[in-house]
Design a binder for this molecule. Structure first.
Ligand code: FES
Length: 251
């Protein structure tokens, strides 16, 4: 959402104490997100298979390419959905605006004078305004990831639990909390209402909004946890496919 110039943070008043190490968080963000983007590009553009036995990498699910017989860059047909969902996420926007654009790098840090700043009113950042639509698509992908998580417990010889089964299950759980703690979803369930209790009792939408608000407090935590779990799930399956490791069956 575009932020008017006049409401953007002003330079720190002269003489006020300089906040300590405000650059640490954006620097860490820049490193983690930078490496993740490079890893994702490597995975999407240099591999065409993300399935190992009953495990399917979240980068390759659902297998849209296989459905239609498109055999090139299978991950590309679906990976753009979670990527745009995260790219347009309100939490990640804060993080990468600080980390990559240094704009501003932290709270109470002065902003660079930028007379032609257009924020999210122009391409490419204007795409962030489509976040709620990416949310709908992300929910569809999430349904498939739950299917994959269940499938990960059913091996050729029947039900079992492998390390990969647990990683895919944890990934689906983290992604569920990330998706349903979304600011846009919170607005969908609770927005556009002037009064929740005008009829004397809390409505169902109020209760749902209240629950989502509780999850929303930790949205940043779910954002990082789910990023780590997606990464871990894909890396585990990639290493299995490369023969670097072997799946450990717990029973
Ligand atoms: S605000 Fe982060 S996923 Fe919607």
């Amino acid at each position: 959402m575009a932020q008017p110039l006049e409401s953007r943070p002003q330079a720190r008043p002269q003489g006020s104490a300089k906040p300590k190490a405000y650059w640490v968080e954006p620097l860490i963000t820049m490193l983690i997100l930078g490496v993740w983007v490079l890893y994702s590009l490597w995975e999407v553009f240099f591999h065409n298979n993300g399935t190992y036995q009953n495990y399917i990498s979240p980068y390759f699910s659902p297998g849209v390419g296989k459905w239609f017989g498109w055999h090139l860059l299978d991950a590309l047909y679906v990976a753009w959905v979670p990527f745009l969902f995260r790219f347009s996420c309100y939490y990640y926007r804060k993080e990468y605006y600080r980390g990559f654009f240094w704009d501003p790098p932290g709270c109470a840090q002065g902003d660079k004078p930028r007379p032609r700043y257009s924020g999210e009113t122009k391409w490419p950042l204007a795409i962030n305004n489509l976040h709620r639509y990416f949310w709908y698509l992300a929910v569809i992908v999430l349904i498939f990831l739950w299917k994959d998580a269940v499938q990960a417990f059913f091996f050729k010889n029947g039900f079992g639990v492998g390390v990969g089964s647990l990683i895919l299950l944890v990934n689906a759980v983290f992604l569920t909390f990330y998706t349903f703690s979304c600011h846009a979803f919170r607005h969908m369930v609770g927005g556009k209402k002037d009064c929740y209790s005008c009829d004397g009792k809390p409505t169902a939408s109020y209760k749902l909004w209240h629950k989502v608000s509780q999850w929303n407090v930790f949205h940043g935590t779910w954002a990082w946890a789910s990023l780590a779990s997606v990464w871990a799930a894909d890396l585990y399956i990639r290493l299995l496919l490369m023969g670097v490791i072997h799946d450990v069956r717990l029973f």
